[in-house]
Design a binder for this molecule. Sequence first.
Ligand SMILES: Cc1cc2nc3c(=O)[nH]c(=O)nc-3n(C[C@H](O)[C@H](O)[C@H](O)COP(=O)(O)O)c2cc1C
Length: 180
Amino acid sequence: MNILQTIATRRSHRAYKTEQISETELNQILTAALQSPSARNHQPWHFSVVQDPDLIQEVHDEAAKVLEKDGGRHFNDPDFQIFYHAPTVVFIFGEKDFSWTQVDCGIAVQTMALAAEGLGIGSVILGLPKAAFKGDKADELRKKLQCPEGYDFVIALSLGYSTDMKEPHDLREEKISRIE
Ligand SMILES: Cc1cc2nc3c(=O)[nH]c(=O)nc-3n(C[C@H](O)[C@H](O)[C@H](O)COP(=O)(O)O)c2cc1C
């Protein structure tokens, strides 16, 4: 796929096969992550790749608990998981004391999503797991996920062979102003 086709066909996928993505594919996606641009090339990120379903579920359980306690979301469906049971989840932790961390990690996650799309792998960018890093288990989870000192959760990406078909979005042309 060329880059414009890849951008056009990428969608968020929320249903996955249990089959794991290959090591080669994973390494290509992680290489793309490391090739992302960042302010002053500071690379204020750390990528923790998790393929342990029990740990993924543990992060979900904690996020669900915190979200419910905060009076926000309640997930009624016992099968629902914020990671959509994807076989691989990449947690992106960002350096807390750097002004461009959020932007840089955002660019990195989209770079990975596009790399995945180009390889025929589905993905979804996930902000909801952030809740898991606000509750009582935050330190424990950061440790289990090998989050470096001075870093915190920014965003996650589920990866896997998707089973839900998606059409491209309608374009909101009004989001562009042309000044000539
Ligand atoms: C910063 C960010 C956070 C997101 N968090 C979630 C999330 O927690 N759960 C989810 O299902 N989708 C999440 N999404 C996916 C968006 O819902 C999705 O990108 C949007 O609806 C557009 O659809 P598309 O990705 O298929 O084009 C997130 C996307 C972004 C960019």
